[in-house]
Design a protein around this ligand. Structure first.
Ligand SMILES: NC(=O)c1ccc[n+]([C@@H]2O[C@H](COP(=O)([O-])OP(=O)(O)OC[C@H]3O[C@@H](n4cnc5c(N)ncnc54)[C@H](O)[C@@H]3O)[C@@H](O)[C@H]2O)c1
Length: 256
């Protein structure tokens, strides 16, 4: 199946590093034109320079309505319109509930849920006008199966899933699809999985049916599909790209 994403105009929030950066590179490789919205985009200067107008990088804090509205306007100008929004920006808060500060809880929701709300709201008029588009939201397996110490993060990602479903219903009549995806465990700056002691890494990997760390490209493969014409009948869905986190309780038993 060939996914033709040539000249697709794509916004990726949080695209300066981690999974977001892999999404940016993967859309560029397909001939799409990409705008990155992130807190600090200076690290992208060499990539912007080597992509001759196909990549624009815009400083933006998804917690601020003003910052988002001017960044989305700049992205639309830079790309000549908007076809796809990937709401990837997110933060992790890990602490027992009784040790979670009010500020950490609020920040987690402000970025993870508020960011999806604000950037989607700013992009929707562009998509409605052309009666087509894709909104693709980073959820997490934590939205379905949370871990100890993930109250703020897991609750925020569950909220992203519900927001996705509501938005899918509201935008369906305009030919716009809205989906969420649930990565499993991609070692990034957010979680430091790859730096854990081997025994802890083994414990985490034993929860997976596909027993390896997830690559950012595993996520990008799903996101590119959701962005494509071929995904036109998929909406309001949470796509599991977790290597089997949802599949069974004790996948390690299959390995004897
Ligand atoms: N890494 C994983 O295993 C994993 C698993 C499930 C879900 N996810 C989700 O995938 C997304 C990307 O995760 P990652 O591991 O690449 O994280 P990361 O920390 O490496 O990257 C997150 C990016 O978001 C940006 N960002 C943070 N706050 C922002 C704000 N207020 N405004 C604009 N940009 C902001 C950061 O600057 C950074 O570039 C997140 O939404 C995360 O919750 C990741």
């Amino acid at each position: 199946m060939l996914l033709d994403l040539t000249d697709r105009r794509v916004i990726v929030t949080g695209g300066a590093r981690g999974i977001g950066l892999a999404l940016v590179e993967s859309f560029l490789a397909e001939g799409s034109r990409v705008a990155v919205l992130d807190l600090d985009v200076s690290s992208l200067d060499p990539l912007v320079a080597s992509h001759h107008g196909d990549l624009v990088a815009i400083a933006c804090d998804v917690r601020s309505e003003d910052s988002v509205s001017s960044a989305v306007a700049a992205a639309a100008t830079g790309l000549g319109g908007i076809d796809v929004l990937v709401n990837n920006a997110g933060i992790n808060v890990q602490s027992l509930l009784e040790e979670t500060s009010d500020a950490a809880w609020t920040r987690c929701f402000d970025v993870n849920v508020g960011g999806v709300f604000r950037v989607s709201k700013a992009v929707i008029p562009y998509l409605k006008e052309q009666r087509s588009g894709r909104i693709i939201n980073a959820a997490s397996f934590a939205a379905v199966i949370p871990s100890v110490g993930s109250a703020a993060y897991a609750a925020s990602k569950s909220a992203v899933v519900q927001l996705t479903r509501v938005l899918a219903s509201e935008l369906g009549p305009w030919g716009i699809t809205v989906n969420a995806y649930a990565p499993g465990m991609v070692p990034t700056a957010m979680n430091g999985f790859a730096e854990l002691p081997t025994a802890q890494q083994d414990e985490l990997l034993d929860t997976l049916s596909v027993r390896r760390w997830e690559e950012p490209e595993d996520v990008a493969n799903v996101v590119r599909f959701l962005a494509s014409d071929q995904a036109g009948y998929v909406t309001g869905a949470l796509i599991d790209v977790s290597g089997g986190k949802f599949a069974t309780q004790f996948p390690a038993r299959a390995r004897g």
